[in-house]
Design a protein around this ligand. Sequence first.
Ligand code: HEC
Ligand code: HEC
Ligand code: HEC
Ligand code: HEC
Ligand code: HEC
Ligand code: HEC
Ligand code: HEC
Ligand code: HEC
Ligand code: HEC
Ligand code: HEC
Length: 272
Amino acid sequence: MIAWILVLVVIAPGALLAAEVPAACESCHPFEQEQIAATAHARLLGGDGRPGCQGCHGENPEHGISDGKTPIFAFKGLTSREINERCLACHAEKPAVPGFQRSEHAQGGLNCLQCHHPHLYKSKSAILITAQPVELCQSCHVEVKAQFRLDEHHRVPEGALTCMDCHEPHGSMNQHQLKGAGDSVCFKCHMEKRGPFLFEHAVVRAEGCMTCHVPHGSANRHLLKQQEVRLLCLSCHPVHPQFINQATTRFQDCTRCHVKIHGSNFSPRFFE
Ligand code: HEC
Ligand code: HEC
Ligand code: HEC
Ligand code: HEC
Ligand code: HEC
Ligand code: HEC
Ligand code: HEC
Ligand code: HEC
Ligand code: HEC
Ligand code: HEC
């Protein structure tokens, strides 16, 4: 009796291995193999102990042995969090997408597969469902898309800028997934507004660009929040007390005289 058990224990595992090693994934899935081989993930397929398809689909020899009848991990029926965890198992390291789980996108229930598809490779710079990142963003952010249609806008629709000039799709330490804190995201391109100036317009420094401007698009000149510059100024400043008796029209166009409205090195009143 004891001898029989020993025989089973010693022989059975060897027999199993010899008879039931599953065929390689690509022998049954040549199409997927070809797709992945065209992506950055091709590096995962190189053998040398690299995880191959299993890096994403897990180890389940029964799947191949049963000719696909035993299910294998295929990202189906999972929560966004579970999908993200699967991808982040590798993407905590290079190329890393740090902070994704804390991002507005993750909080809003998004997962990697709503923007990326590991099997579809249309852009060499990133694995995306759509080749055009801006279109991808605007497919969900329709109100932002509408803002970029307004008369004055950063030329995102024209292709001069992309959402990623200002935003980080995987989240950042800043509000609104912005790439920089405060106005630094603007200074990347509008350096001349950075200062420091001998005479700062206190509000620009303390409250920032968004006090007077909108970032995407506006019906108003210069992406301003108000149609009339005057009303914008008067929301903080009283009308000139010392000019109260003068014909008011002369003073309507505030920035005609206060030209250096973002700060000046020459005039405390921001004249030319
Ligand atoms: C002997 C052939 C065979 C081998 C080897 C094989 N598969 Fe499959 N696989 C199939 C078949 C057949 C299906 C379709 C099953 C179905 O639709 O019910 C399938 C389906 C799948 C699916 C989709 C599952 C789903 O739920 O939609 C994935 C993912 C997959 N295989 C990955 C792999 C990976 C990774 C390997 C290697 C580790 C592998 N397969 C090896 C035959 C195989
Ligand atoms: C980087 C991760 C990753 C790698 C590597 C990967 N896959 Fe996939 N695969 C996925 C994801 C994610 C899905 C599910 C996509 C979806 O449902 O939108 C998927 C889906 C599939 C499917 C189901 C296709 C369908 O249309 O339902 C098969 C089959 C499959 N993979 C096979 C493979 C094989 C074979 C390899 C290796 C050559 C491989 N995958 C490598 C992530 C990966
Ligand atoms: C087994 C580890 C592993 C897993 C799991 C994995 N990746 Fe990757 N991924 C990598 C590596 C390594 C690279 C970098 C390849 C290179 O640049 O050589 C990469 C690159 C990428 C890139 C960048 C491509 C580029 O062109 O820069 C994207 C996007 C990506 N992966 C998305 C995903 C998504 C989405 C998932 C989950 C479905 C996923 N990855 C799962 C290892 C993995
Ligand atoms: C809202 C859409 C979106 C989601 C969700 C998303 N990505 Fe991305 N991802 C992008 C875009 C857009 C790029 C290209 C960034 C660029 O061009 O600056 C990118 C680039 C990447 C890259 C290339 C390296 C890099 O940082 O540029 C990797 C790797 C990557 N994503 C992995 C992931 C993983 C893993 C997840 C899920 C945890 C994920 N992404 C979720 C949109 C997204
Ligand atoms: C020139 C920089 C810049 C570009 C380009 C840009 N954004 Fe923004 N975006 C911002 C700033 C700054 C804010 C924060 C506004 C605030 O503080 O009131 C913001 C806010 C947002 C918000 C949250 C508030 C809202 O208006 O709904 C979303 C969503 C958004 N952007 C999406 C996008 C998308 C999608 C694109 C590309 C189509 C894009 N952004 C392009 C700078 C930019
Ligand atoms: C699949 C839909 C989807 C796609 C694609 C998508 N987003 Fe989002 N985005 C969301 C959801 C949902 C939220 C969180 C809820 C909210 O604030 O609207 C969000 C939040 C944001 C926020 C923060 C909004 C705030 O109020 O602070 C920004 C910025 C943003 N997305 C930019 C982008 C950019 C840039 C892209 C393209 C790379 C993109 N999104 C692609 C759905 C999407
Ligand atoms: C107090 C309100 C206010 C603030 C704050 C403000 N701006 Fe302006 N900005 C204006 C006004 C008003 C104009 C139009 C000037 C005119 O009529 O000639 C303007 C025009 C501009 C212009 C186009 C004309 C030019 O001078 O180049 C740019 C670019 C600009 N602002 C960028 C910025 C940036 C970047 C910030 C943040 C550092 C900022 N603004 C903060 C009020 C403001
Ligand atoms: C990637 C570069 C880039 C970034 C980042 C950027 N801008 Fe601009 N901005 C431009 C360019 C280029 C123009 C002028 C051409 C155009 O797009 O119409 C412009 C135009 C403007 C104008 C209108 C100028 C006019 O004459 O009417 C304002 C106001 C402005 N930007 C403010 C901002 C603010 C505020 C931020 C930060 C949220 C910002 N920009 C971030 C590139 C940038
Ligand atoms: C959001 C509020 C706000 C807006 C809008 C605003 N300012 Fe100011 N402005 C200030 C503050 C605060 C100071 C600093 C006042 C101080 O130091 O006593 C200031 C200072 C000034 C000064 C110098 C005043 C002095 O006493 O030296 C001038 C000139 C000026 N602003 C003109 C304008 C004009 C023109 C506009 C419209 C384009 C405008 N401001 C829009 C808040 C604002
Ligand atoms: C015709 C040129 C001109 C126009 C237009 C003009 N200002 Fe002035 N502003 C001045 C002069 C000159 C001073 C300096 C007065 C002084 O030094 O005593 C001044 C001073 C100021 C000051 C500093 C505080 C004060 O009372 O000394 C503020 C704030 C101001 N203007 C806001 C505005 C606003 C808001 C508008 C638009 C409604 C405007 N200005 C239009 C010429 C102008």
